[in-house]
Design a protein around this ligand. Structure first.
Ligand code: OXD
Ligand code: MN
Length: 590
């Protein structure tokens, strides 16, 4: 098959990789439905994918990964830059020369008997000034078909790229899925990624975490923009005005649910609506009007299946009902559909678990892997934003950070100013739950939810945030923190969460527009009790006041934890953040 481009930088890379991996065949992915259909048929014929019930789930397939290959592998993920210091204390580092030698030895001849697929893809709408291109070379049809959902693929990407060398090189080799030789390596200085011995999405869909966060965060620092682990949503008021919010939460704190929120009935009747622009990643840049504009670089949702149901997130569930690839869920053999824990209370009787073994739901063993996934096209989402394909993106009014804290953080607070907001993001943390580990309330720091995804020294990353604030000046978004997870003495959640989070988003937008006052506390501004609408909720004013409280004693302890965390960064920590910490301590002591 002849090349789809005359871009010399791409052709050279492809030739070099071809000589290395030594494939039997080469196929350029042109983005056509015909070609993707051929690949689907081939994957079904080899058993790589299972075609599901096409009446109930049109265009849907099931895939099972190797049992030792079910999640991102942070301990085998490396930033390979010249100086170890530039990877920083929160990343694994490897010398680039050593990494290339090792990876090339693993990749050598590994495509023998296989096809080399060349996927040209765009992160962001093709032609958007905020978008960037990549080439992923892979020996996996599963990767091709997932990339065709998660990104924009094909010839159109190459046509827009022209002769430019501004694209990211990505090589993926399944090899033997040997966990001992699994490496996910990033070369930020070369715009390159190499992933070997895995077939699991987060490790091998190189456009997502590897490019759109790790490589792009480094590009953003050098080019004056931001790549963040954030959802983007649009909140429409009854007048039809839409304001956009970008929000970062660590894993398992409900990013996809918030991004696709359905407002409570009272709000819906008044004409409120939430639009989803993205559920995982935001690329943001200063626009011609001086505001911060964001795109979602992805084109689909790679969501966690368990727990997704018609109550927790109907929009996500509906998104998975066609043209979706399911990975590691239960297969219902009676009607050839899929199931996972938390979908409904009727596990199938005649079924295979995520490993493909006969499964009895009464055995006490989980049928779907806890990290089983759906890869669903964004266009399937009933609340996908009309601006989803916008080349200029959407203007961001507010940035929201959040975590899971049983006591410390109030339901919502606004930072004192932008730099204080960077401080708030930098101290983001979540507590482990009883379900996940024995010890409840162990605090894990995850600044801006970027801990596993920042492609360079996090101290420099904080400095970049502060610079962005300076660049945006008074047009910068306002910064907030939310915590849906405050519990009472028996450990029950006090705030109802889900659609009712809309009530908090409304306060946030009102604050951005200067429509409501707030109460100053040591950590920032919290709502006056009357300004959060609790009509129709099973929650008293006193309970609301309780979860808006800032407990100075807890926060004093918190500052000790922050101090300890900050110490990791040594003199890479911006002085401005040290000053913020001291300021907080002083206000708490008053
Ligand atoms: C994801 C993650 O898959 O953050 O989005 O792990
Ligand atoms: Mn994520």
């Amino acid at each position: 098959m002849s090349a789809l481009t005359s871009n010399k930088t791409i052709l050279e890379y492809v030739e070099e990789m071809k000589a290395l991996v030594n494939p039997d065949k080469v196929m350029w992915i042109d983005g056509s439905e015909e070609q993707l259909d051929e690949l689907r048929a081939e994957a079904v014929s080899t058993g790589e994918m299972i075609k599901l019930n096409q009446e109930k789930l049109p265009g849907c397939y099931l895939h099972r990964t190797a049992v030792n290959d079910v999640a991102r592998v942070e301990d085998r993920t490396f930033i390979c830059c010249e100086k170890e210091e530039d990877a920083g204390p929160t990343n694994n580092w490897m010398d680039p020369k050593k990494a290339y030698d090792m990876l090339y030895a693993i990749a050598k001849n590994s495509y023998k008997g296989r096809t080399m697929y060349i996927i040209p893809y765009s992160m962001g709408p093709v032609g958007s000034p905020l978008a960037k291109a990549g080439i992923e070379i892979t020996d996996s049809i599963y990767v091709v078909l997932n990339m065709a959902i998660m990104t924009r693929v094909g010839k159109k990407v190459l046509d827009v790229l022209g002769d430019s060398n501004d694209w990211v090189r990505g090589l993926h080799c399944k090899c033997d899925i040997d966990a001992e030789k699994r490496y996910i390596c990033h070369f930020p200085q070369d715009n390159a990624i190499i992933s070997v011995n895995s077939g699991y999405g987060g490790n091998v869909l190189l456009g997502k975490k590897c490019f759109a966060l790790r490589i792009a965060s480094y590009q953003g620092k050098n080019e004056g923009w931001m790549a963040e682990h954030m959802l983007i949503l649009g909140l429409q008021n009854p007048k039809g005005e839409v304001k956009y919010i970008a929000a970062a939460f660590p894993s398992a704190c409900g990013k996809t649910n918030l991004a696709m929120l359905i407002p409570p009935e009272g709000y819906r009747n008044k004409g409120y609506k939430v639009w989803c622009v993205g559920d995982d990643i935001a690329w943001m840049r200063k626009g011609p009007d001086g505001r911060l504009w964001a795109i979602n670089p992805e084109n689909g949702f790679f969501g966690v299946a368990p727990g997704t149901n018609m109550k927790s997130n109907p929009n996500a569930l509906i998104s998975t009902q066609k043209n979706t690839i399911f990975t590691n869920v239960v297969q219902n053999l009676d009607d050839n559909t899929v199931w996972w824990e938390g979908l409904d209370k009727n596990p199938p009787k005649n079924a295979l678990n995520w490993k493909g073994e006969k499964w009895d739901s009464e055995s006490g063993e989980k049928g779907a892997h806890p990290n089983s996934r759906f890869t669903a096209p964004a266009v399937n989402c009933p609340c996908i934003s009309p601006e989803f394909e916008s080349l200029t993106g959407v203007p961001i009014s507010a940035i929201v950070f959040g975590g899971r804290r049983a006591k410390t953080a109030p339901l919502v607070y606004q930072s004192r100013d932008f730099v204080n907001g960077v401080f708030v993001g930098s101290i983001m943390a979540s507590e482990t739950t009883a379900a996940a580990t024995g010890a409840v309330g162990v605090v894990r720091r995850d600044p801006m939810a970027m801990l596993p995804f920042c492609g360079y020294n996090m101290g420099d990353y904080f400095a970049h945030w502060i610079e962005m604030g300076e660049m945006l000046g008074d047009k910068a978004p306002k910064i907030f923190n939310v915590n849906w997870f405050r519990t009472d003495d028996e450990g029950h959640f006090i705030w109802p969460g889900f659609g009712d989070n809309m009530r908090v988003l409304n306060w946030i937008i009102d604050r951005c527009e200067g429509k409501v006052d707030a109460k100053e506390t040591a950590i920032g501004y919290v709502p006056n009790v009357d300004d959060i609408d609790i009509e129709g909720l099973d929650l008293t004013k006193e309970e609301l006041a309780g979860i808006l409280e800032v407990d100075k004693e807890l926060w004093s302890k918190e500052t000790d934890g922050i101090e300890e965390f900050y110490a990791k960064f040594g003199d890479k920590l911006p002085q401005a953040l040290r000053d913020e910490l001291n300021g907080l301590k002083e206000r708490l002591a008053k």
